[in-house]
Design a protein around this ligand. Structure first.
Ligand code: GLN
Length: 215
C-alpha cells in the first residue's frame, strides 16, 4: 500500500445526492483531516485518501454515478482505499441487496454483506435509538438516527467484523439485528451519524484510514 506522505488525510464525500454537506462539516472539525471535499468526478476521486458514501437514496445515487461514469472508478477505489458507507452508502458498498428497486439496481460492492433496504418501512417509521458500540466509540452509547434505513441481513465472509447491533426490537425487526460492520478498510453503518453533534464515528473512520496507511 502506498502511504500518503502525511499524518493527516484528505477525505472525500461522494456528492451526487443525499446528505453529503453534513459529513463535510463533521470532517472539517477533526484535526487529523487536512481537507474534506465533495466528490463528483473521477479526478476528485483520485485526489483523496478516503471516501464517505452518504445516506440519501441508493437507487438515485447509482443512476447518477452511472451517468457520470463514476461507477467503475468507485469500484476500483473501494478495492484498496478506506471507504465508509452510511445508510444508502452502506447499500452501495454491499455486495448484495434485497428489496432492491424493481429490475435491479447497481451497487458499488466490495463489502461482503447482504443488506435489506427499507427494513423498517417508510419515512414515518424513522426512529432514533442509543447504540452500544464499544470498539468504535468506547463505553458511552452513540445516539443513532435511522431514516428509511437498511439492515445487514447476512454476513458473507469471515473477514467481516460486527461492530454494532440494535439493542431493542424495533417494529418487526428483532433486537441484535446487525447495523454496523467493518471489513478491513471498509466500514458501514445503517444510520446517519452526520445528523448528530457527535463526531466519534467520523473520528473512528479517520483513525482507521490513518492506521491503514501507516501499516
Ligand atoms: N437514509 C437513507 O439513506 C435511506 C436509504 C434508502 N432507503 C435507500 O434505499 O437508498
Amino acid at each position: 500500500m502506498t502511504a500518503p506522505d502525511k499524518n493527516s488525510l484528505t477525505i472525500g464525500v461522494l456528492a451526487l445526492q443525499g446528505a453529503f454537506l453534513e459529513h463535510i462539516h463533521m470532517l472539517k472539525n477533526l484535526p487529523t483531516v487536512s481537507d474534506a471535499i465533495p466528490v463528483r468526478t473521477e479526478e476528485q476521486l483520485k485526489s483523496i485518501d478516503a471516501l464517505i458514501i452518504p445516506g440519501g437514496e441508493s437507487t438515485s445515487m447509482a443512476l447518477i454515478a452511472e451517468r457520470c461514469g463514476l461507477l467503475e472508478p468507485l469500484r476500483e477505489f473501494v478495492k484498496n482505499k478506506p471507504t465508509w458507507g452510511t445508510c444508502a452508502g452502506m447499500i452501495m458498498l454491499a455486495n448484495e441487496a434485497t428489496s432492491a428497486k424493481k429490475g435491479g439496481q447497481q451497487l458499488i460492492g466490495g463489502l461482503a454483506i447482504r443488506v435489506n433496504r427499507n427494513q423498517f418501512g417508510t419515512q414515518k417509521e424513522s426512529f432514533e435509538t442509543k447504540l452500544h458500540m464499544p470498539e468504535v466509540v468506547g463505553e458511552t452509547p452513540f445516539h443513532a438516527i435511522f431514516i428509511r434505513a437498511p439492515v445487514i441481513s447476512d454476513i458473507l465472509s469471515e473477514d467481516v467484523k460486527i461492530l454494532g447491533r440494535l439493542e431493542q426490537k424495533v417494529g418487526q425487526t428483532e433486537a441484535e439485528t446487525i447495523i454496523a460492520v467493518r471489513q478491513g478498510h471498509l466500514f458501514a453503518t445503517a444510520f446517519h451519524p452526520e445528523l448528530t453533534y457527535d463526531n466519534r464515528l467520523h473520528s473512528y473512520f479517520v483513525d482507521l484510514a490513518l492506521t491503514y496507511y501507516s501499516n
